[in-house]
Ligand binder design. Structure first.
Ligand code: PRP
Ligand code: URA
Length: 209
């Protein structure tokens, strides 16, 4: 798969397996997603540009690498995206944050927007969109479309689990956006759920079912 990075680090895979278990309680599920988001965040920021800045240690002066350019933008696709956002913000505390509110109509599986608020000057910034599930990809495709309309040019998409069908649809719609995921599962079922998957990410994250 072009333009897709599967982050198969053993820690990520172990934590994901714990999340998949149907008996994993809500608080544990949330904690695991936070821990995984730190590991995914590490990978997705691997190619951030750095510049050398002169600093003074207690012993001497030196040229030290620091992040270059404007602040990153993290955009969460509500609501389950917030489960990834939290850890990413721990890693990148000065990132700007946007939110795209979308829910998937259970019958048509079409993504319906109910909220959109993103930082300004998106065109000059690296944008990282987070949503744990890429199933049909209707939500991610719609979110990225709106984010592009708001001016973003450099976009990465981070999820936890993806279906092959979703990856294909997403790449057809946004071939310029690299996808990072912890796993690509087998298929989508007739209700658009990822199989084997982990169920409904939002419900499991917030205990709403
Ligand atoms: C889930 C998930 C994604 C979407 C993925 O959100 O968080 O946004 O489904 O499905 P898709 O790829 O087929 O669009 P959901 O609509 O359940 O909303 P929620 O996050 O508010 O629970
Ligand atoms: N949304 C989820 O939360 N889980 C799926 O399996 C598919 C869409």
């Amino acid at each position: 798969m072009e333009n897709v990075t599967v982050i198969d680090h053993p820690l990520v895979q172990h934590k994901l397996s714990l999340m998949r278990r149907k008996g994993t309680p809500t608080a544990t599920f949330r904690q695991l997603l936070l821990e995984i988001s730190l590991l995914l965040g590490y990978e997705v920021t691997r190619d951030l540009p750095v510049e050398m800045e002169e600093i003074e240690t207690p012993l001497t002066k030196m040229k030290a690498p620091t992040l270059a350019g404007k602040k990153l933008v993290l955009i969460s696709v509500l609501r389950a995206g917030n489960g990834l956002l939290e850890g990413m913000l721990d890693l990148m505390p000065s990132a700007r944050v946007g939110h795209v509110g979308l829910y998937r109509d259970p019958d048509s599986l079409v993504a319906v927007e109910y909220y959109f608020k993103v930082p300004q000057e998106l065109g000059d910034r690296q944008v990282i969109v987070v949503d744990p599930m890429l199933a049909t990809a209707n939500s991610a495709i719609a979110a990225v479309q709106r984010i592009k309309e708001a001016g973003a040019v450099n976009i990465k998409m981070v999820c936890l689990l993806a279906a092959p069908e979703g990856i294909k649809a997403f790449q057809d719609a946004h071939p310029d956006v690299h996808v990072y995921t912890a796993a690509v599962d087998d298929h989508l079922n007739e209700h658009g759920y990822i199989v084997p998957g982990l169920g409904d990410a939002g419900d499991r994250l917030y205990g709403t079912k």
